[in-house]
Design a protein around this ligand. Structure first.
Ligand code: AMP
Ligand code: GLY
Length: 422
């Protein structure tokens, strides 16, 4: 099978790493990819939202499958684009169409979907400029902190958690005036959920689903979960507090009703589904849906996945996922993210990375890296995700830290406390 994978982060390197181990793989292309994916397939210089050129490439290279890594092309409708073109409509796309991708593309859509399908989530109220005063009354009835979310995609920056009512009201106005552009012309106000976060991953063919294990992501830049939010500074899978009893609650109360809801509402969903959850006193609540794998969650889930990933994708496109057994390694996997100094605020790119060849017992998944004249250079905020397997999460983390220290680039930074709270 000839496969094109869209994206250029650590998630895509982890997916490419797993795909490249499949007996079923012919050629693997990654668009645009990074210095890590270049070792596993051929990087193609096409952007993830350049549908016309992706389509042309698919035809010229006899593609058998398109796998979409990030949310943006899904929310913009890449699947519908393929289905509407006679020469492309027989190429299966892994990822939902426009309608299904609304689960991530619109916070309001996701909240209303959960309400309609009795899926536990926090109370909410959607506000536009016209009904600003109703937004204020909703805020006044709630307890702090106040959660304000841009309805649309805002590159992971559209969520504000604010302690004072006065500030929350000011922020609500700023958002509705376009602080996050079109994405915040509608704002969803939510009740704050107190608890510990985790995420659970599922792959579905629209009829049945397989759980792809769970993970815990460390989102803040600073140790002890302090400072600004990032794309993710480290991750652990499985999650020690997610025992069988808790996972059963997630499946019964959240995953099953979600898949049934997708069917009932004809959302024609296939691909990954990411459940961002809060454990509130041993009861799971949905914080958000994402319509893709997580990053860095993919970097701890792919190394634990024993089943052939291309076979899983094939079962998805044939709608025969129920016939497949998906197996995971019992070992734990941890990843530590090496980032550019300054991230998630301003940072420099183009720093030479050395020491990658010294890493023996971890997998250095590339995120923001690029090959230039034989050197691997930094090319983003998150640079490398150092993943390791171990008998337990502590052992896995220790191996990742040992190898994180062997890799050098100017202003390298990483959190030293991944797993501190487990
Ligand atoms: P989201 O983009 O919806 O995942 O929100 C980003 C982060 O904000 C989440 O990972 C949580 O840490 C936090 N968050 C979002 N919604 C809530 C909520 N209702 N209660 C508590 N924390 C939240
Ligand atoms: N690590 C969180 C995400 O991928 O959205």
């Amino acid at each position: 099978m000839n496969i094109l994978l869209l994206g250029s982060g650590g998630r895509e390197h982890a997916l490419a790493w797993k795909i490249s181990q499949s007996q079923k793989l012919g050629r693997l292309f990654i668009a645009p990819g990074n210095a890590g994916t270049a070792q596993l397939g051929k990087n193609i210089n096409i952007g993830v939202n350049d549908f016309e050129n992706i389509g042309r490439f698919a035809i010229e290279n006899n593609l058998d499958m398109l796998i979409v890594g990030p949310e943006d092309p899904l929310v913009k409708g890449i699947r519908d684009f393929f289905q509407s073109e006679p020469a492309l409509k027989n190429i299966p796309v892994i990822g939902p169409g426009l309608k299904g991708a609304q689960l991530e593309g619109s916070k309001e859509f996701a909240k209303d979907f959960m309400l309609r399908n009795n899926i536990p989530t926090s109370k909410h109220f959607s506000v536009t400029k016209e009904i600003l005063h109703e937004g204020f009354s909703f805020l006044e009835k709630m307890n702090p902190p106040y959660v304000l979310k841009a309805d649309g995609l805002a590159a992971g920056k559209g969520v504000m958690i604010i302690d004072s009512l006065e500030e929350a009201e000011k922020e609500l106005e700023l958002m509705l005036e376009g602080k996050f552009g079109q994405a915040s012309k509608k704002v969803v106000i939510e009740e704050f959920l107190q608890g510990i976060e985790l995420s659970v991953f599922v792959i579905t063919d629209g009829i049945s689903y397989k759980v792809l294990s769970e993970a815990k992501d460390y989102k803040r830049i600073g140790e002890g979960d302090t400072g600004l939010n990032t794309g993710g500074m480290g991750c652990v899978s499985p999650v020690p507090f997610a025992n069988n009893n808790f996972l059963k609650k997630i499946e019964e109360r959240i995953i099953n009703p979600t898949i049934e809801g997708l069917k009932k509402e004809n959302l024609d969903y296939n691909g990954f589904l990411f459940f961002g959850l809060m454990n509130c006193n041993d009861d799971p609540f949905v914080i958000e849906y994402n319509v893709r794998m997580g990053d860095p969650e993919a970097e701890v889930i792919m190394p634990r996945l024993k089943t052939d990933l291309v076979e899983i994708f094939e079962s998805v496109t044939n709608k025969e996922l129920n016939k497949l057994t998906v197996e995971f390694d019992n070992q734990s996997c941890a990843t530590v993210m090496l980032v550019s100094g300054g991230y998630p605020e301003a940072y420099e790119k183009g720093k030479i990375i050395t020491g990658l060849e010294k890493v023996k017992d971890s997998i250095p998944f590339h995120a923001g890296t690029i090959l230039k004249d034989g050197d691997v250079l930094t090319n983003g905020g998150r640079v490398l995700s150092i993943s390791s397997l171990g008998r337990n999460f502590k052992e896995a983390i220790k191996i990742s830290y040992k190898n994180a220290a062997l890799i050098e680039f100017e202003k390298k930074h990483y959190r030293k406390d991944i797993g501190f709270d487990l």
